[in-house]
Ligand binder design. Structure first.
Ligand code: ADP
Ligand code: MG
Length: 703
């Protein structure tokens, strides 16, 4: 590694020809480009294939990006205020298309007024029978000779402020072009070990970076993308794989025996026979806790697969070995349910169980904290409150996190620091997570899976109906109630506003009341605005069978168990994510009766909406549903990815690049297998690169 190489890429951006101090200030504040190196990694989001020009008549699909050549035959500025816009008729030999600008009107008006031939690029949309392009890129044809154009022209994103200061997409092209005049191949360090490059026939780093901006052809672009995506995922995975390796080396408590607490419960108090999967998970955990290293295990199991009892048995194992255990849940309601069910299962024992949440009164909290610190409480169940610094255990041996995607890696880690020797950690996810997420958000954990549900569950019929069928749906619910069953009716949370959610629910309640009048039906309602007491009372009236119908928001999503309920009606089902629908559906089908999940949507549903309802009707596996959910929603929307936070990906996307991710992970594993501390000379550039990054503590801890 030459000094020269680190230096030139660290050169402040103002020193690039064509930038200067004022543009540099903007580049920094607007998009964080500080140095030559940052610009090098400012990738184009697309390339225009400048050779591909189509006639207007050949535009096929709404949403296609098209490049056209023609003339502006007419233009005018219409509307006022926010609706003010410039429209232009653009024509070639085959047809007419409308171009529209809402911003930069004066600027573009001057351009179109010049007349002559233009090249236009943009997304074609169909608008009341006409094709149109909003905010097209537009260029006079004389200025560019077609032959001169590179086949692939990079397109960079810019901001309004940058555009007004002569830093539009096209200017970026020039700057990056200039950058490549000033740097050379050996200025860019190769960070992927040679062996891995060779084995996978990956392009070298400099060549790939050059080609991601200015590819000669499509193939070169693809190879550059592959190499750079691999690099991103490799850098990401190597941290996670190292973390996993570190876990396996972290000293942990040895749970040497299975003792009285476990055995007594297992023989006398267990309300049912464990399923094979549940037994297998217990065996895996038993093995983990005997190795002398810290357990870090993820327990995946579909809704209703019976994770709670596994958690309880693990806690009993912990007590048998002289340690305390804690169970943390993401919401107050879920934590309380865990607490109540565990207290009742352990009622005949001497085990001391406590509860702690943000709502626990100061006086009670003080007492719980002192009991925990002195070892006079065996198990504590609660919410996030458990990770506060004030919570000190005498000897915490096991932390269980029932997380439903809601805790991040960092929060998980906080529970480990509660002792000098970290407790064993078991993370339970109620929603099965897609493979990619398993590799990112949970990639440092060992995985156990409960695949089969406990016996005796009947499959749930899922049916999609729209508004027009509301009366019939309600009649159906009546007939179920007549047969002694109960029903849930769930309304979506309206994310923008608690008030709207509440109004939505109130309106729903009144509507339900019209179908199920007071004199013959009991309808209970639970929602987030009720105080705990009221909510509990209403919930209880449904649990003990008094209320026929429970009207609720998604608060019932987690944990609730009423085996007699046979109908789950979900209102505005199109507003829910697939995984959430699946969670809700899991509230029924818990008893002996045949159960139904009815997805009620508006009459008008988008194609995607229909597809989603269809998936719910035909799929019962939470695993399959979560994969499809991720595909349809994209990774940005998935809780786990947002929270994993460490995902610093520019090119790769964890939905579509799963193959590359798997490859990167495997390469990381074998690399670390051979050189866990990255001490070999051929791994030094990689190690230096990793040490510069934010996850450097993983690497600096060692050696
Ligand atoms: P989840 O995995 O969604 O947390 P729970 O632990 O709440 O599922 O279990 C769902 C229901 O299944 C509970 O009523 C529980 O008592 C019951 N259950 C769990 N394991 C078994 C089993 N092996 N046999 C019968 N019922 C079981
Ligand atoms: Mg659960």
């Amino acid at each position: 590694m030459s000094n020269h190489s680190t230096n030139i890429l660290r050169t402040p951006i103002e020193y690039l020809k064509g930038v200067g101090p004022s543009k540099a200030t903007l580049l920094r504040s607007e998009i964080g480009i500080d140095t030559f190196g940052d610009l090098l990694h400012y990738y184009p989001f697309r390339h225009n294939d400048r050779r591909k020009i189509i006639p207007i008549a050949a535009i096929q699909h709404d949403g296609d990006f098209v490049q056209l050549i023609g003339t502006v035959t007419y233009h005018e500025v219409i509307g006022v205020g926010r609706k003010k816009r410039l429209t232009a008729q653009f024509k070639d030999k085959t047809g007419i298309i409308e171009l529209v600008w809402f911003q930069g009107i004066t600027f573009f008006e001057k351009i179109v007024a010049q007349g002559g031939q233009f090249m236009v690029y943009g997304k074609a949309t169909r608008f009341s029978g006409y094709w149109c392009i909003n905010h097209p890129e537009m260029e006079k044809l004389e200025k560019i000779s077609l032959e001169q154009l590179p086949a692939f022209e990079p397109v960079y994103s810019s901001t309004e402020k940058l555009r007004f200061n002569f830093l539009n997409g096209k200017n970026f092209t020039k700057l990056v072009f200039q950058l490549f005049q000033q740097i050379q191949e050996n200025d860019v360090e190769e960070i992927i070990p040679e062996e891995i490059l060779k084995r996978n026939q990956f392009t070298g780093r400099f060549k790939a970076l050059k080609a991601i901006h200015f590819p000669q052809d499509y193939q070169e672009l693809e190879q550059a993308q592959l190499r750079l995506k691999f690099e991103e995922l490799f850098i990401h995975q190597i941290g996670i794989c190292k973390l996993k390796l570190n876990h396996h080396r972290t000293t942990g408590f040895v749970f040497s025996k299975v003792g009285d607490h476990f055995n007594h419960f297992y023989k006398n108090l267990l309300p049912f026979e464990l399923t094979e999967d549940q037994k297998q998970v217990l065996r895996e955990i038993r093995l983990d806790t005997q190795t002398g290293h810290q357990m870090n295990r993820l327990l995946q199991g579909d809704v209703g697969s019976g994770k709670t009892i596994v958690a309880l048995l693990c806690m009993l194992l912990t007590l048998d070995n002289g340690f305390q255990a804690c169970l943390m849940a993401p919401t107050e309601i879920l934590a309380q349910q865990h607490y109540e069910s565990i207290v009742s299962l352990l009622a005949s024992t001497t085990i001391r169980v406590g509860y702690l949440s943000g709502k626990t009164k100061a006086k009670d909290k003080k007492q719980i904290l002192s009991l925990l610190a002195t070892g006079n409480l065996d198990i504590v169940i609660g919410t996030h409150a458990l990770i506060e610094d004030t919570v000190v255990f005498k000897n915490l041996g096991l932390s269980i996190i029932d997380e439903q995607h809601r805790f991040g890696v960092a929060q998980r880690a906080k529970l480990w620091t509660k002792n000098t020797t970290p407790p064993h950690v078991l993370v339970m996810t109620a929603t099965p997570i897609p493979r990619t997420l398993a590799m990112t958000a949970y990639g440092d954990l060992d995985v156990s899976v409960i695949k089969k549900l406990p016996p005796g569950r009947k499959p749930i019929s899922t049916i999609h109906r729209n508004e027009m069928h509301r009366a019939r749906v309600m009649d159906f619910i009546k007939s179920e109630i007549q047969q002694g069953r109960q029903a849930y009716i769930v309304y979506p949370l309206i994310e923008e506003s608690e008030k709207l959610t509440f109004e939505n629910l109130q309106a729903g309640y009144l509507q339900v009341r019209q179908f199920f009048p007071d004199h013959s039906y009991n309808v209970a309602m639970v929602h987030g605005k009720q105080d705990q007491h009221e909510r509990e009372q209403n919930m209880t009236s449904f649990v003990n069978g008094h209320a026929h119908i429970l009207v609720a928001t998604t608060v019932i999503e987690v944990g609730v168990n009423v085996p007699n309920a046979s109908v789950m009606l979900i209102e505005s089902a199109e507003r829910f994510g697939l995984s959430q629908l699946h969670q809700l559906r899991g509230r029924v089908g818990r008893g002996a009766e045949k159960s139904y999940c009815i997805l009620l949507t508006s009459n008008k549903l988008s194609a995607q909406g229909k597809e989603r309802m269809h998936i719910m009707e035909t799929e019962s596996s939470g695993f399959v549903i979560s994969e499809k959910d991720l595909l349809m929603r994209g990774p940005g929307d998935i809780d786990g990815t947002k929270q994993s936070g460490t995902l610093d990906l520019k090119l790769a996307d964890i939905v579509h690049d799963i193959g590359i991710m798997e490859l990167a992970r495997n390469e990381c594993i074998s690399l670390l297998h051979a050189d866990a501390e990255l001490n070999l000379p051929q791994h030094q550039t990689l190690k230096q690169h990793l040490l510069k990054r934010k996850d450097k503590e993983i690497w600096s801890k060692i050696s």
